[in-house]
Design a protein around this ligand. Structure first.
Ligand SMILES: Nc1ncnc2c1ncn2[C@@H]1O[C@H](COP(=O)(O)OP(=O)(O)OP(=O)(O)O)[C@@H](O)[C@H]1O
Ligand SMILES: [Cu+]
Ligand SMILES: [Mg+2]
Length: 672
């Protein structure tokens, strides 16, 4: 690896803080506008300072506190400065919206303040020429002030909700101690460096530990227990060394580090747009046109039936109150909460949009080996029909390169291999493995293969192992003679039963799908109380069965193996076991970091709450306008005398976004 490249990656890691800010910018970028918080607060301060003299010299409800020659010119000057200086965030926002041909909230605000400004200039010129008229200078100033405050509050709210990434970034310490005694910046670290990690310090990078230590990884994996690390175990940058100093060797840095990958996932999950969100965007677009039409209509109507300046006032209110901020934030705010809550519960969301389908779920299809069982097979018995060969040796030789859990247990049960020559090894999906050992061709096959190919075998000898619910792997030669078999077993995970019961309690039917034999499947199913199961499946069968169930309702799939990936991709929501194969992990919607199937129950509950919050927010964000726009247009005025001043309209608009963000923050979840 060339050094420059590597340094660049490390640099990326350091920039995680910036990355976080950029993310928020993206969110604020809804209608194509971008605002800077610091800039905005300066513009707000200027507007507030100029607003005070304006308050004294402007007519408010027909009464002016201070009147002196030239005071009208002064109003014009102050108002113009406020409009052109403090109003710019809205203008540039509107420009962006026009460019992307999606007129929305910034356009509405710009229309509102521009109408108010133009009319005030006109009224001031008229009154200088002796015509009396009402002007909006004070309204204009307060409107801009409140809009700026509203948007500042809202930006802060988003930042608060989006803290997940910042929390992750702050986990990594700034410096690392080299074993040689020197302290270096993280950016100077290289793969292979030996580091010293002191007691109660954060681990600076991913690497192999060279002694023993107790490490708290809760901030990364969500696992609350401290993990006892032994020599050559992996430790992750960002976790906490709890008891004694240790040395470690750096293995991964920067972009490839575990923490950075988590951060990337969080970022991706937040950037995805779901159906609900696209709907919100569309409604926000419609609101612009609705406000435009209603605004113009009320302008014409009230000019005819009342007077022009009252008509203008109401038109401005309509534009301002319709600003669909609450709508635009309804979903993103809930999403930021979702990602951080889930991460704390050991759930990594890779594709959150599928979680919105949670209420359709009626079936949970799951794999057996590695998902419900721990996938650590133990060889129980080796039955060798031959005299001249050691079948365990041959089988271990064939399995040497396989990642299948059965393969790994056979390899570890065998004595260290003698000089066997292993060639042309090939997996037989759903069956086993084949290849040559010392020039002789062999296959490892399962029980199903034996029956389907009608090989002769001693049924009696097998029956007792099947009764025990063991998995059996047979060794056959080129002539398809059965040379012997190995009976293996693994045991259910400790929380598998709680998981199944949890699903049943939620009205979700668990179904086990396995490549293993029927007898083993039956044993596990009845031990765990699983009502339906299918066994002896080929890898492609699992996805087909998922489709079959999907005709009836939404389907969850939980799996770990290569043979589970098609099903994971097909399912409505796919969950991969964190300790599973990388293929399974990359196709899943959610990764169970702690490899406990029962964490799926947490995700179900969190998703349901998330969906409820999103819907509440969308209804509120859209519903508020159904009432607010007509009232702002003066519909109540003829009967009750009630109308909405632009100032009040701006306050209501801000309050509506605050309500939406408070509601989103209310998304909480505590594991029972
Ligand atoms: N490398 C292998 N060595 C021995 N047997 C194998 C091997 N690969 C597959 N098999 C046989 O094929 C069957 C199906 O394998 P597959 O990987 O599809 O499912 P599985 O991992 O056993 O079970 P599950 O689907 O529950 O995870 C296994 O039960 C086993 O009998
Ligand atoms: Cu707004
Ligand atoms: Mg499996």
């Amino acid at each position: 690896m060339d050094m420059e490249h590597e340094n660049h990656e490390v640099h990326n890691m350091h920039n995680m803080d910036n990355m976080h800010d950029m993310d928020n910018m993206d969110m604020m970028n809804h209608g194509g506008h971008m605002m800077h918080m610091g800039d905005m607060s300066k513009k707000l301060k200027v507007a507030i300072i100029l607003m005070i003299p304006l308050l004294l010299i402007s007519p408010i409800a027909g009464f002016t506190i201070l009147k002196f020659p030239g005071s009208e010119i002064l109003q014009l000057i102050l108002g113009t400065i406020i409009f052109f200086y403090s109003g710019t965030p809205f203008f540039s926002g509107a420009k962006g919206e026009l460019k992307s041909r999606k007129p929305a909230m910034m356009m509405l605000i710009t229309m509102g303040i521009t109408v108010a400004y133009a009319y005030s200039v006109y009224a001031t010129i008229m009154s200088l020429n002796g015509h009396m008229g009402m002007n909006f200078w004070f309204e204009l100033a307060t409107l801009i002030v409140i809009m700026l405050i509203g948007h500042l509050i809202e930006m802060k709210a988003i930042m608060g909700a989006g803290d997940a990434l910042k929390d992750l970034a702050s986990l990594v310490p700034k410096k690392a101690h080299l074993k040689s005694g020197k302290d270096v910046e993280l950016s100077e670290l290289k793969v292979g460096d030996l580091l010293l990690v002191k007691e109660n310090e954060k681990i600076p990078a991913d690497g192999l530990i060279l002694s023993e230590a107790l490490v708290d990884e809760s901030m990364i994996t969500g696992e609350s227990r401290a993990v006892n690390k032994k020599t050559n175990d992996l430790v992750y940058g960002g976790s906490l060394n709890q008891n004694q100093p240790f040395e470690m060797k750096v293995t991964t840095l920067g972009k490839d580090s575990f923490l950075n990958q988590v951060a990337e996932l969080v970022k991706k999950a937040q950037a995805q747009k779901s159906n609900l969100e696209n709907m919100a965007d569309r409604v926000a677009g419609y609101l612009f046109y609705a406000a435009l039409i209603v605004g113009i209509f009320s302008l014409v109507f009230w000019t005819i039936s009342s007077n022009f300046s009252f008509a203008l006032l109401l038109a401005v209110s309509v534009f301002v109150i319709a600003c669909p901020h609450a709508l635009g934030l309804a979903v993103p705010l809930v999403v930021s909460r979702l990602t951080s809550i889930s991460a704390k519960n050991g759930l990594l969301i890779q594709n959150r949009t599928s979680l919105e389908k949670i209420n359709t779920i009626k079936y949970a299809l799951m794999d057996k080996t590695g998902t419900l069982t721990d996938g650590k097979f133990i060889v129980r018995n080796v039955i060798d029909f031959t005299d001249e060969t050691d079948i365990l040796q041959i089988m271990a030789a064939l399995e040497g390169s396989s990642t299948h859990p059965i393969a790994q247990s056979i390899v570890s049960a065998a004595k260290p291999l003698e000089n066997l020559k292993v060639e042309a090894v090939e997996n037989i999906p759903g069956v086993g493995i084949k290849g040559q050992v010392n020039q002789n061709f062999y296959q490892i096959v399962n029980y199903k293969y034996l029956r389907e190919n009608q090989l002769s075998y001693d049924e009696q000898k097998i029956a007792q192992y099947l009764d025990l619910g063991l998995t059996i792997s047979f060794l056959i030669n080129e002539q398809q003679d059965v040379l012997g078999f190995i009976a293996l077993g693994d045991s259910p995970k400790s929380d598998a039963k709680a998981f199944i019961n949890g699903l049943l309690a939620q009205g979700i039917t668990p179904v086990m799908l396995t490549g293993d034999n029927k007898e083993t499947a039956q044993k596990i199913a009845s031990a765990l109380n699983i009502p339906e199961f299918r066994a002896e499946l080929k890898p492609e069968d699992k996805a087909e069965i998922v489709k079959e169930y999907q005709k009836k309702a939404g389907v969850l799939f939980i799996g770990d193996g290569v043979n589970d990936s098609p099903a994971l991709a097909t399912a409505t929501i796919g969950f991969a076991i964190g300790a599973g194969t990388s293929v399974a992990i990359s196709t899943a919607d959610v990764v169970l970091v702690n490899s406990n199937p029962s964490d799926v129950l947490d995700m179900i509950n969190i998703s349901k709450r998330m969906l409820r919050k999103m819907k509440q927010n969308l209804w509120f964000g859209a519903g508020y306008n159904i009432i607010a726009i007509p009232v702002a247009a003066g519909i109540l005025y003829p009967f009750t005398g009630i109308y909405i001043d632009p100032l009040i309209a701006a306050v209501l608009m801000s309050i509506s976004t605050v309500i939406v963000s408070i509601n989103a923050m209310g998304l909480r979840y505590d594991k029972k």
